[in-house]
Design a protein around this ligand. Structure first.
Ligand code: ZN
Length: 532
């Protein structure tokens, strides 16, 4: 193993307020009256106006002892008023600094996450992809500092996510290196390649490992084509880097993932082919099929029906019809769209732009939290991004491996029906088994079927009961499990109180699609509502 890998060097953008000038030629500016640089730095609009009217707008073209223009300081402060005044006064707002990095005001605003100022500069014609001396664009600087909403805004405003700095690091490398998972997700969706190495041979996965953020590491490992064994310029794999940094949880995770990959490889992904990829395993659904089709039904037709059909033919007809109904409900729950929302909504870009322009930043920030950067949409209330199907689902309930589908607003009634029908069928089957024992005596084969059906019948019956109780209360499994995440829910004595509750009857009618759900504007206390 070579020397410790070199992470991208962070130029500490946004900390320019602390940059010390050359003391030999600097007199403290704070003591001089009428200093436009200090007035801009503290966002003092009236002071700026007074100085400019006294000394003329030509003052705004000048540089201070550090080599920065007044616009640099206004951007550092994030002062919309001062930048607007400078623009009205015809001041240049895109001068490169004479300091080491030659950064422009937009770089300072981006590094500090000042969305509204960046918006003003872009409107004034500043190029969104302008680079400093290290090749950093505003997007790269915003990514280095984890300003996800600003990154969204820059991308929808024409910033090129694929541009790299002088060390070959793009916004994704930086977001990974800083461990900003949500931002990494956004940049992956924007088309950046998670396998691309920088000039040190380090991929975003190497850099995420260095950050020590487990969620970012997991997210990158899950991306298609990402190799866990790729070596950087020093010959280090992500696992070696993790061990070097003593990130024990990440090392354990990577060891497990590598072991899984090595097990799967020699048998040419037979298990993936048959059972599906990890996290979306077909195992449970195949087990259900196999038990019923290869064993349950043959036993019924060849052993049980032949014994009791004549005596209990009405019962058998009901049993067969209930089975047909169960398979119909299963296919509906399994194959139908559970309420996937269309990707790439126009509202996504609009919300980002609006939030940047809005005076009520806090309120719109809440709206920004409702963005799904994987689907590029604004999530309505009760919508959640399903990690297995990788889609946003209306009234997300849970992902069910037995129906191999997400359960959501559109298919949850069929899911409930499937559970109920399965429970009823199991109990009808139990009766037929008892009749068989009574007529034919003990039998191990039928006995195992009896136990199997008893267990499945009780479990599916309990699950159907829970489903029904949630339907009556108008909550979902997700809301019950994660109610602390949603400010619109509160829990008392084990019951979830929700603004969607319309009384048991209307709740049930809504569950079975007989009345439409309430719109967000019809709910009480909308100002409290926020989805994380
Ligand atoms: Zn989504």
């Amino acid at each position: 193993m070579g020397p410790a890998p070199r992470p991208p060097s962070l130029p500490l953008p946004g900390q320019y307020a602390d940059v010390k000038p050359n003391r030999r030629c600097f007199e403290p500016q704070t003591q001089s009256k009428g200093d436009i640089f200090q007035a801009a730095k503290f966002g003092l609009l009236e002071e700026c106006k007074r100085i400019v009217s006294a000394e003329g707008p030509g003052l705004l073209d000048r540089y201070d002892d550090w080599g920065h223009s007044p616009a640099h300081y206004a951007c550092l402060a994030g002062s919309v008023e001062v930048i607007s005044f400078f623009l009205e006064a015809g001041a240049p707002v895109d001068l490169p600094s004479k300091a080491e990095l030659s950064q422009r005001p937009i770089h300072w605003a981006a590094a500090n996450g000042h969305e509204a100022v960046v918006h003003l500069l872009l409107e004034a014609g500043v190029a969104p992809n302008v680079e400093d001396q290290r090749g950093c664009t505003p997007l790269i600087l915003a990514a280095q500092n984890g300003h996800t909403p600003l990154c969204c805004y820059l991308i929808v405003s024409g910033a090129q996510p694929s541009l790299c700095d002088v060390e070959g690091d793009n916004a994704l490398h930086w977001a990974a290196f800083q461990g900003h998972r949500e931002l990494v997700q956004l940049l992956l969706y924007s088309g950046l390649d998670p396998r691309q190495p920088d000039d040190f041979g380090q991929t975003p996965l190497h850099l995420a490992v260095l950050s020590g953020d487990m969620k970012t590491v997991k997210l990158l490992c899950e991306q298609e084509g990402v190799s866990l064994e790729v070596e950087d310029g020093n010959g280090s794999t992500p696992l070696q880097l993790s061990r070097g940094r003593e990130h024990r949880d990440i090392s354990t995770y990577l060891e497990g993932a590598l072991l899984q990959a090595s097990r799967r490889f020699p048998c040419f992904d037979w298990s993936t082919f048959v059972f599906g990829p990890p996290g979306k395993s077909k195992g449970p659904v195949l087990f259900l099929y196999a038990c019923l089709l290869l064993w349950g039904y043959p036993t019924y037709f060849f052993k049980i029906a032949s014994v009791s059909y004549n005596k209990l033919w009405e019962f058998h007809v009901i049993f067969l019809l209930a089975n047909i109904l169960m398979w119909f409900l299963f296919l509906k729950a399994s194959l139908m769209d559970p309420g996937f929302l269309p990707r790439n909504s126009e509202e996504y870009g609009k919300v980002i732009r609006q939030a940047v322009l809005s005076q009520d930043w806090q309120r719109d920030r809440n709206l920004l939290l409702r963005l799904c950067h994987s689907c590029h949409l604004v999530r309505p209330l009760r919508t959640k991004h399903c990690r297995v199907t990788n889609r946003c689902v209306e009234h997300f309930d849970h992902y069910c491996p037995y129906v191999y589908n997400t359960v959501g607003r559109r298919n949850r009634a069929y899911f409930f029906g499937f559970l109920s029908a399965m429970s009823v069928n199991c109990f009808l089957g139990l009766y037929l088994c008892v009749d068989w024992f009574y007529t034919m005596g003990r039998n191990l084969f039928i006995g195992i079927g009896f136990i199997f059906m008893a267990v499945i019948g009780v479990i599916s019956g309990i699950m159907a009961g829970i489903c029904l109780s949630m339907a009556v209360q108008n909550t979902t499994t997700n809301e019950r499990l994660n109610h602390q995440r949603y400010s619109y829910l509160r829990e008392e004595d084990g019951r979830i109180f929700t603004p969607f509750d319309r009384g048991p009857l209307l709740n049930l009618l809504e569950f079975f699609h007989l009345v439409p759900p309430l719109g967000e504007d019809e709910l009480l206390g909308m100002d409290r509502l926020m989805v994380i």
